[in-house]
Design a binder for this molecule. Structure first.
Ligand SMILES: O=C(O)CCC(=O)C(=O)O
Ligand SMILES: [Fe+2]
Length: 363
């Protein structure tokens, strides 16, 4: 799972920026429309998307490609993001019941459990995590103990928010299904370049996919006005499917009044650009596991979320689905060490939640 790490894993950026047709200046920041593929074309296995994959996921890209016009997506997004807002308004005691400390808060409700770089708990962001594909990935107690953040069971607020489970699973499964079609094109591109094309195989039978329903509280809640809803990080899985965020004010949906709020990406040249994609598109981001597996052909970019600064009452809801290798899938690190995806993730989580007993397993 990609934990929105308070401490980013930045790597050096080797290539010059690619200004090109996609960039325009908005306010004080560069806005960058992400490369977009229409769903009807994505379904056609005969289409060669090398150019798009290179522009979106390659060395000069933002590490993001959007897929547009996915049937059923618009309604599913709106249903689930409205439920994120409702979930965040449930009474404290109900939310507490939805916590799962044994998974390091990787299932159910998690608010204020991660630590920021400053050492303070991250109070502006709440997450509700579940596996959108299976409720209970295994019954093996040894596996549950070894990989609690993947092998424990989903928790649902069946009584208080009965629609959450079906809305979460419906949208989560759709995002995984479309993501697998994108992965198939990634594999073709990697094979054409003579690389090891196994993204689809890695993801299609994995039991480690994780959905994260996110609610960002008004920035005034932190006491001091914060500029960051989510700190710089790289997702560490294979592909992250992301919805376009829904903004609210006092519980009602609004157009975000601050055009500079939202998702930012740091490119290889070090430029920080706002990544924009359509409200009804699914954006897929490359994670660290794909970068490693593709031998750098695909590039995971650090990203963060900026608060709506002009209006401290604005809230934000979105949904991320981390498509990840199975826990026993072996990844080869940059220094040629082999580590299972499960061990790598558990070690990262210990770091973010301040429970590390040994040093982080690095990739
Ligand atoms: O809120 C967003 O738009 C991005 C969230 C994110 O990057 C993450 O959860 O890993
Ligand atoms: Fe992320």
């Amino acid at each position: 799972m990609a934990v929105a790490a308070p401490i980013g894993h930045h790597r050096s950026f080797l290539c010059a920026p690619q200004p090109g047709r996609l960039v325009r200046k908005i306010g004080n920041s560069m806005r960058h429309n992400v490369v977009t593929i229409d769903f009807s074309e994505l379904q056609n296995e005969a289409v060669n998307f090398s150019e798009e994959l290179e522009a979106g996921f390659g060395a000069q890209g933002l590490g993001i490609i959007a897929v547009s016009n996915v049937p059923g997506f618009t309604e599913m997004r709106s249903n689930l993001l409205n439920l994120a807002q409702s979930l965040s308004s449930l009474p404290e005691n109900v939310l507490k019941e939805l916590e799962d400390p044994a998974s390091r808060f990787s299932f159910g409700w998690s608010h204020g459990k991660e630590f920021l770089e400053s050492g303070q708990p991250d109070e502006l962001k709440a997450s509700f995590y579940a596996n959108p594909i299976v409720d209970r990935p295994t019954d093996d107690p040894a596996l549950i103990e070894r990989y609690p953040s993947y092998c424990r069971a989903n928790l649902w607020p069946g009584k208080e928010l009965p629609d959450l489970e079906s809305s979460f699973k419906k949208l989560g499964s759709l995002i995984v299904k479309v993501g697998l079609q994108l992965a198939a094109h990634c594999d073709k591109h990697v094979s054409r370049k003579g690389g090891d094309a196994r993204l689809t195989d890695m993801l299609k039978n994995s039991l480690c996919h994780k959905g994260r329903l996110l609610h960002y509280y008004p920035s005034k809640c932190s006491g001091t006005k914060s500029s960051s809803w989510c700190g710089w990080h790289v997702d560490h899985g294979s592909l992250t499917g992301l919805t376009c965020a829904m903004y609210t004010r006092e519980g009602r949906e609004i157009d975000c009044p601050d055009s500079e709020a939202g998702l930012y990406v740091r490119t290889r040249s070090g430029a920080i650009v706002k990544a924009t994609f359509g409200k009804d598109d699914i954006a897929y981001q490359v994670g660290e596991a794909t970068e490693l597996m593709s031998n750098g052909a695909f590039h995971a970019t650090p990203h963060c979320v900026r608060t709506a600064q002009d209006d401290p009452l604005v809230e934000r809801n979105t949904f991320a689905v981390f498509m990840q290798p199975h826990w026993d899938e072996e990844l080869v690190s940059r220094d040629r060490k082999t580590v299972s995806f499960g061990d790598f993730s558990e070690s990262l989580l210990s770091t973010y939640y301040g429970t590390a007993s040994s040093s982080r397993v690095t990739l």
